[in-house]
Design a protein around this ligand. Structure first.
Ligand SMILES: Nc1ncnc2c1ncn2[C@@H]1O[C@H](COP(=O)(O)OP(=O)(O)O)[C@@H](O)[C@H]1O
Ligand SMILES: [Mg+2]
Length: 252
């Protein structure tokens, strides 16, 4: 059976630094995968490559059996959505504006740049998609709230909503729980898992908080110095002495 996401031998170097070395994995529809590893181990670079933001030097990524190539916009139109390690929001725009720009980027609308200047109105279909998505993330009726007035927990939820409004088939999360308290992190994980169960969306989550990794519940990849050091369920990978040594600083 064709995998939803099939990452084959991807490699990226920056100058002399091998950020990602020959990493391969597959992910089925509706499945979750977490990526853990120390800072600087290549997690964000791997995600950026899958999102089309940084080209891989070698290897390939297939979505439903078809190779992904080109720009982040091309990957978005194919159904890849992502959030960022540092939230990338526009403080003066409303929640609805954030979602509208993502919706139109997914559908390749030529009005995108005018949207940023706020001179176009939303169609009824767009209004409905935005309202439905805000309802799914617990922000129903907040269309006109200015994002700059919100706390980090809600901003991370807005970023998640901006990804989900495009109805992605693969969601890439880069440390989505970073800076959140336990309740905010669980809410975020619940929304992601509920969406995945409802739509069949697959999830790749870079995560430093092992309780969040456990909550996602899928397979775990351990990346150290750009190399895949282990793969399996969380308790299995943590029981691997090589992983414990590299990741937790424990002596084997
Ligand atoms: N744009 C870049 N230019 C040069 N080096 C980079 C760039 N992005 C990442 N790196 C390097 O690649 C390695 C992996 O970084 P990164 O993917 O951000 O790791 P992680 O997300 O696991 O913390 C690090 O050594 C980092 O310094
Ligand atoms: Mg990172």
């Amino acid at each position: 059976m064709t995998s939803r996401l099939d990452v084959r031998g991807v490699t990226t170097s920056f100058g002399g630094v091998h950020a990602v070395s020959n990493v391969s994995f597959t992910l089925g529809a509706g499945e979750q995968l977490s990526i853990i590893g120390p800072n600087g181990s290549g997690k964000t670079t791997l995600l950026d490559g899958i999102a089309g933001r940084v080209p891989f030097d070698d290897g390939m990524v297939l979505l439903d059996g078809v190779q992904l190539s080109g720009t982040p916009e091309h990957h978005a139109r194919r159904g890849i959505a992502r959030t960022f390690q540092r939230t990338q929001i526009f403080p003066s725009l409303t929640l609805a504006d954030h979602l509208l720009v993502a919706l139109r980027a997914r559908h390749g609308s030529p009005r995108l740049w005018r949207d940023l200047l706020r001179v176009t109105t939303r169609t009824s279909g767009e209004r409905e998609a935005i309202a439905t998505c805000l309802g799914h993330v617990g922000l129903a009726g907040k269309e006109d709230v200015i994002v700059g007035t919100l706390g980090l927990g809600t901003c991370r939820m807005v970023e998640l909503a901006r990804a989900l409004v495009t109805a992605p088939s693969v969601l890439l999360l880069d440390e989505c729980s970073s800076g959140l308290d336990g309740d905010e992190a669980s809410l975020l994980v619940d929304v992601v898992l509920e969406t995945s169960a409802r739509t069949g969306m697959s999830v790749v989550a870079i995560e430093h908080d092992l309780s969040v990794v456990a909550a996602f519940g899928g397979e775990v990849l351990v990346l150290v110095n750009g190399v895949l050091l282990g793969q399996g369920h969380l308790d299995e990978v943590l029981a691997n002495p090589e992983v414990a040594s590299a990741y937790l600083g424990a002596r084997p």
